[in-house]
Design a binder for this molecule. Structure first.
Ligand code: ZN
Ligand code: ZN
Ligand code: ZN
Length: 150
């Protein structure tokens, strides 16, 4: 294993998907996004660039990318779903800025122990978990983000 980050297109190719024009275009849109994005935002990007890709195609393409692990879905506190492009590395979690949407990968950092204890206490064999942390990133804190709830 080397440290080269695989592009979403490489992952698609390996999974047996054809690298169609729309898939390449959506990969491009994702690459130019900072932080997390929603399907609707990608549709907006595509319209702004006049890519001429149908909304349904973008939604389907996002699902394909998610299916091969090139992007991950996160559930925002608002109840919306967003996606982030991230390295298809080992199991990890995300700390997400609620203001600018930047996401940082974090490892399990002791969580494995907690999960093990829960397994022991409940008698379940625990196979999977999801954890997302939300707050303000250092940049947004420095910007003097106020606690106003407007
Ligand atoms: Zn990640
Ligand atoms: Zn931020
Ligand atoms: Zn974990």
């Amino acid at each position: 294993m080397d440290a080269v980050v695989e592009s979403p297109l490489v992952m698609l190719d390996r999974a047996g998907y054809r690298l169609t024009g729309p898939r390449r275009a959506v990969a491009d849109l994702i690459a130019s996004r900072q932080g997390h994005f929603t399907a609707a935002e990608l549709v907006g990007d595509a319209a702004m660039r006049r890519l001429g890709i149908a909304r349904a195609t973008i939604f389907r393409t996002i699902e394909v990318f998610e299916g091969v692990g090139a992007i991950e879905r996160i559930d925002l506190p608002s109840g919306d779903h967003a996606y982030i492009a991230c390295e298809p590395a080992a199991h990890h979690h995300h700390v997400v800025c609620a203001r600018c949407g930047r996401a940082t990968d974090v490892d399990d950092a002791g969580l494995a122990g907690v999960v093990g204890r829960i397994a022991t206490e409940t008698g379940y064999q625990i196979d999977a978990h999801r954890l997302e942390l939300f707050g303000l990133c250092p940049t947004c804190q420095a910007d003097g983000a106020t606690a106003s709830s407007s």
